[in-house]
Design a protein around this ligand. Structure first.
Ligand code: GLN
Length: 553
């Protein structure tokens, strides 16, 4: 039977519950346990797909096409397992199911209430993850104790312990222990208050993870232990780490995984953690010191809006010893005379995904500047589309070329909806979501970077490269080196003769892992590093003769 660990948070939002849950997942996996993670989000949206990234960060896309919370990205990067749409639950999705059941008459005339109907639905979603091939389900409850929206979730996880037995559930509460300069002290009161709030909901935490900017003293631990009624060894000091991949090691040092294994009686199933490869990763992260400046030309200033891209760039850097410093450039500023001054000093440019027309001309200008000045440039989804638009306008001479997303009357809609999609639009279900294959052209830079002939990447978009312009673009040098296996959709483009001007309709950033950097990001960072070191980036080449491109699909 699977064990359950619930992670809640107190005192402040963005306290690091997601990273705590993800790190714990890694530690348990290093002990030989089969782990999965889940996020319960109290907001009312059915999924984060419709939420503005400037408010809630990026939308993380799972292999099965779920549009989920960005914490799932942390989970996947730390535990190195692909999660699915069921790994992300929101109040909106819970109510949708309950209301659908109510309409169908499933409740047989019952008055439908928060307890038990909503809490039962929440528990059902948690139970769904506890399959035969999972030893531990870690469930993070989003929000902060004390929030109005969180109450049904807290009640559900409280009930859960009674349902599955005390030894099968542990509660981890993450809080903040602030240091007050004038008094020179670390303060425990916020932690006490948030634990009191949690207890008022019937949950006594088993361990308290204390976030702080400096290690918390034994005295402070004792105080928290006494006042919050947890053993001293269950008070964990989670001091700010030098980099986020160090967090599992910090928590292990504090004995968190060992303590949880003992209270969940996992001692039999788990062995001592094998942390060697993770420690090697952390050493690699720390040794990645050569500064490489990447401009991320987007429209949100919030780094979380591009979290997986940022992490994938960092991973790519670890592979070649590069330390990425990211300049978040508002594409709205990349216009006219400003283009040169904003982009000139960059070692590489990334144009990420996005929706809507705002600042689109700046992104197109950035793609063009990188093309003309041989700056390594990676276009992701919308980023690839802006590269195609730039190339169509400025190399093929197709004045007014655009995506029909931004200019429905463009004389040259080089990016457009596919005919069959046009019909679907009326029905609403319009996005291409989740994992799709692409066949790569032998000898191309993209195939060299991947070292593969057939690749699978995650997608989230509506528009495509317009088939009517493919020939013209190709003849002028924009090589469509990756396509859907039936050759209908363009998945990858690269510019002949440029050291690295590569775009993909996919979102490869979602598959990058710290210890397995994504090949495209690795190749991009290698090219940017060359530029940073004043070496001419060389064309990517690889002997692809061993790869079977013909029978790949
Ligand atoms: N807006 C574009 C489309 O729908 C790109 C989407 C994206 O970058 N994720 O095709």
């Amino acid at each position: 039977m699977a064990k359950h660990i619930f992670v809640t948070g107190g005192v402040a939002s963005s306290i690091g519950k997601g990273l705590t849950a993800a790190s714990l997942g890694r530690l348990l996996k290093c002990r030989g346990l089969r782990v999965t993670l889940q996020k319960l989000d109290p907001y009312i949206n059915v999924d984060p797909g419709t939420m503005n990234p400037s408010q809630h960060g990026e939308v993380f896309v799972t292999e099965d096409g779920g549009e989920t919370d960005l914490d799932l990205g942390h989970y996947e990067r730390f535990i190195d397992e692909n999660l699915h749409r069921d790994s992300s639950v929101t109040t909106g999705s819970i109510y949708s199911s309950v209301l659908a059941k109510e309409r169908r008459g499933d409740y047989l005339g019952d008055t439908v209430q928060v307890i038990p109907h909503i809490t039962n639905e929440i528990k059902e979603r948690i139970r769904r993850l506890a399959t035969d091939d999972v030893d531990v389900v870690i469930t993070e409850v989003g929000g902060t104790v004390g929030d109005i929206e969180i109450l049904p979730f807290l009640d559900a996880i409280r009930q859960f312990r009674n349902d599955v037995g005390r030894d099968n559930v542990a509660y981890v509460h993450v809080t903040l222990v602030p240091y007050l300069g004038p008094s020179g002290e670390q303060k425990t009161k916020p932690t006490q208050h948030s634990v009191t709030e949690l207890r008022a909901r019937g949950i006594q935490p088993d361990t308290i993870v204390c976030r702080s900017d400096r290690p918390i003293s034994l005295g402070v631990k004792r105080k928290i232990s006494l006042l919050c009624d947890v053993p001293e060894k269950a008070v964990v000091s989670a001091v700010d780490a030098r980099n986020l991949y160090e967090i599992p090691l910090v928590l292990h040092e504090e004995g968190l995984d060992e303590y949880l294994c003992s209270i969940l009686r996992l001692d039999g199933a788990a062995h001592a953690p094998e942390l060697g490869s993770w420690e090697a990763l952390v050493r690699r992260v720390e040794a990645s010191t050569t500064p490489v400046k990447i401009g991320l030309v987007g429209k949100y200033s919030l780094p979380d809006a591009y979290l997986s891209v940022v992490e994938a760039l960092r991973h790519g850097g670890f592979a070649s010893g590069a330390h990425v410093s990211i300049d978040f450039i508002d594409a709205g500023e990349v216009e006219g005379l400003l283009v040169e001054s904003r982009l000139r000093n960059l070692d590489g440019i990334v144009i990420p995904g996005g929706f809507g027309p705002r600042a689109i001309e700046g992104k197109i200008a950035a793609a063009g500047y990188a093309r003309e000045h041989e700056i390594p440039c990676l276009g992701l989804c919308l980023g690839m589309q802006t590269m195609v638009i730039d190339f169509a306008r400025n190399v093929c001479g197709l004045a007014g070329a655009n995506s029909s997303e931004f200019d429905p009357d463009s004389p040259h809609p080089v990016i457009d909806l596919m005919d069959e999609q046009r019909e679907i639009v009326d029905f609403g279900g319009t996005q291409r979501l989740g994992l799709y294959p692409a066949r790569l052209r032998p000898g191309s830079q993209v195939a060299a970077a991947y070292g593969a002939a057939l690749v699978y990447e995650r997608h989230r978009h509506r528009y495509e490269c317009n088939p009517r312009y493919r020939r013209r673009l190709e003849d002028a040098g924009l090589l469509q080196v990756g396509t859907s296996p039936d050759d209908r959709l363009v998945e990858f483009v690269e510019l002949a003769g440029h050291p690295f001007w590569i775009g993909t309709q996919a979102h490869p950033e979602f598959k990058s892992r710290p210890d397995r950097p994504h090949p495209l990001f690795k190749a991009f960072m290698a090219a940017a590093l060359c530029r940073a070191e004043g070496r001419a980036p060389h064309l990517l080449q690889l002997d692809t003769s061993g790869l079977n491109f013909e029978s790949a699909v």
